[in-house]
Design a protein around this ligand. Structure first.
Ligand code: PEP
Ligand code: MN
Length: 336
């Protein structure tokens, strides 16, 4: 960090700041200008910069390094590729993950699996434990749903991504899921993140609805600190004052994350917009902007869906979107 002292700060004040910094193990490079003194501070330790802002004679404290390390591109310049069987997220091929919001019955999940498999999807989504805003709505089929999803996907050679809501569910997910999804509402469930750091399976980490990109990367850092480096980030929209869409899909997060981090990032335009007609344009835009994949809700009969029917594509719409995404991917030098 850099500490800029106030114009005319007393030598005693400057020395106090330097003493505190060296006491904390930092190297301090002092530059005394005509107008003011600037302190360049170097050292590995993470401190609360506000502690220094409060010291007498300090004008401002400028942070120049990021608070996250393992997830940062400075730490690892080359992009990370997360492997799920023969699927590689973060490589040249854009990965499509699709399926219903939630597993509702054997028939529904089989018909969803058939629909997405038909158009080449390799990773199937479906929630078995649902984080619903209201406790009076369908909460998911639980373990039975996860088993049905696993069966429908694996019989067709597809992998499974599903949301784990609590750390006690991890062993069950290790058996039936290939990617463990952390939902937006759990992005800062630090106990869950720490436990996911102990496993050696990919984690899809969704951005919290009011989280900054830095907070998303710090959440990834929790998982990676435990030794699990297979983290896929997911932009799924954030809360803003705009009410025309369910959330505001922050596509600028893609280039921002690509610059700050080596981790792959996928985009969920279904939760990002909340309306079926808005999903294809935003999915196309996500691929154009450099997303490593998209996560899309598809339902065989959305009008009868128990959850998120309004944002789920019909199988034929999804088929059309896949063709469009192929064109966009090749236009930006990728495949699909
Ligand atoms: C989901 O993908 O099923 C989901 C609940 O999404 P989010 O956590 O982004 O709301
Ligand atoms: Mn949903």
């Amino acid at each position: 960090m850099v500490i800029v002292m106030q114009r005319g700060a007393a030598e005693e004040q400057i020395q106090k700041v330097i003493d505190r910094l060296t006491g904390e193990g930092f190297d301090v490079h002092r530059s005394t200008g005509v107008e003011r003194t600037v302190l360049g501070v170097v050292g590995g330790k993470i401190v609360d910069h506000r502690d220094y802002e409060l010291l007498d004679g300090v004008k401002e404290v400028i942070r120049i390094t990021q608070p996250y390390k393992l997830s940062s591109r400075t730490f690892k310049p080359e992009g990370t590729v997360v492997g799920i069987g023969d699927v590689r997220v973060g490589a040249n091929k854009v990965v499509v993950m699709a399926g219903p919001c939630t597993v509702e019955s054997r028939e529904q999940i089989e018909s969803s699996a058939a629909a997405v498999h038909k158009v080449g999807v390799k990773i199937m989504r479906g929630g078995a434990f649902k984080p619903r805003t209201s406790p009076h709505t369908f909460q998911g089929m639980g373990e039975e749903g996860l088993k049905l999803l696993h069966r429908a996907a694996s019989q067709r050679g597809m992998y499974v991504v599903s949301e784990v809501m609590d750390h006690t569910q991890i062993p069950m997910f290790l058996e039936y899921a290939d990617i463990l999804q952390v939902g937006a509402r759990n992005m800062q469930n630090f106990n869950l993140l720490k436990e996911l750091g102990k496993i050696r399976k990919p984690v899809l980490l969704k951005r919290g609805m009011s989280a900054t990109i830095e907070e998303l990367l710090l959440a990834a850092e929790y998982i990676m600190t435990g030794g699990n480096h297979q983290v896929i980030l997911c932009e799924r929209g954030i809360r803003t004052f705009e009410s025309a869409t369910r959330n505001t899909l922050d596509l600028s997060a893609i280039p921002v994350v690509k610059k700050l981090s080596h981790l792959p990032i996928v985009v969920d335009p279904s939760h990002g917009t909340g309306r079926r007609d808005k999903v294809p344009p935003m999915a196309r835009a996500a691929v154009a902007a450099g997303a490593d994949g998209v996560l899309i809700e598809v339902h065989p009969d959305p009008d009868k869906a128990l959850c998120d029917g309004a944002q789920s594509l019909l199988p034929e719409q999804f088929e059309g979107l896949m063709k469009e995404l192929q064109l966009i991917a090749s236009a930006v030098g990728r495949t699909l």
